[in-house]
Design a protein around this ligand. Structure first.
Ligand code: S3P
Length: 176
């Protein structure tokens, strides 16, 4: 069976959650945001999970959540920016999913996440430098697992339309 989930990956500030929700609405599919599912599971924000239980606990929860979510069919899945750093997550979600890497320039990402208090990876450090370092390290990984690379520097709807254009190439019926 061809992969039928749609999986959005990319750096913080790429718009994965907002684009995923809108894409799911247009396609009439269910939407699943891995970070929101983890927050619901523990009844805490991601920032709180990082602060009270640590990053390793979050990454472990992310792996468990991805393996569960990968079993769904025909849904749109948004991932956190570090999700595909785990080969296990990448393999699980790619097995039954077309992977779209929402690519943004570092300056776009920085503008979008500026003053955002819910990015624990950038807390308590020089956020701009750390973001640049993380982006440089992660970009090759996102590219490696991407079936399609999407320019996500524009608006939510522009990004959604670029995804729809690529989906139509792989035979997804696009509502008019
Ligand atoms: C993370 C990105 C976050 C969230 C967590 C870790 C990362 O998601 O999963 O704070 O390592 O880049 P967003 O990409 O939605 O900000």
């Amino acid at each position: 069976m061809p992969p039928n989930n749609i999986v959005l990956i990319g750096f913080m500030g790429a718009g994965k959650s907002a684009v995923g929700a809108e894409l799911a609405r247009i396609l009439g599919r269910q939407f699943c945001d891995i970070d929101r599912e983890i927050e619901d599971e523990f009844g805490m924000s991601i920032s709180n999970i990082f602060a009270t239980k640590g990053e390793a606990f979050f990454r472990d929860s992310e792996i468990k959540m991805c393996s569960r979510v990968a079993l769904y069919e025909n849904i749109v899945i948004s991932t956190g920016g570090g999700c595909f750093l785990s080969a296990e997550n990448a393999i699980n979600l790619s097995k039954n999913g077309i992977v779209f890497y929402l690519q943004v320039a570092i300056d776009t990402a920085l503008k979008r996440i500026h003053n955002d208090k819910c990015r624990p990876m950038l807390d308590g450090c020089d956020a701009e430098n750390t973001a640049r370092l993380l982006m440089a390290r992660r970009e090759p990984i996102y590219e490696h697992f991407a079936d399609f690379i999407i320019d996500a520097n524009g608006s939510i709807i522009e990004t959604v339309n670029l995804i729809l254009r690529d989906l139509s190439k792989v035979g997804e019926p696009i509502p008019v």
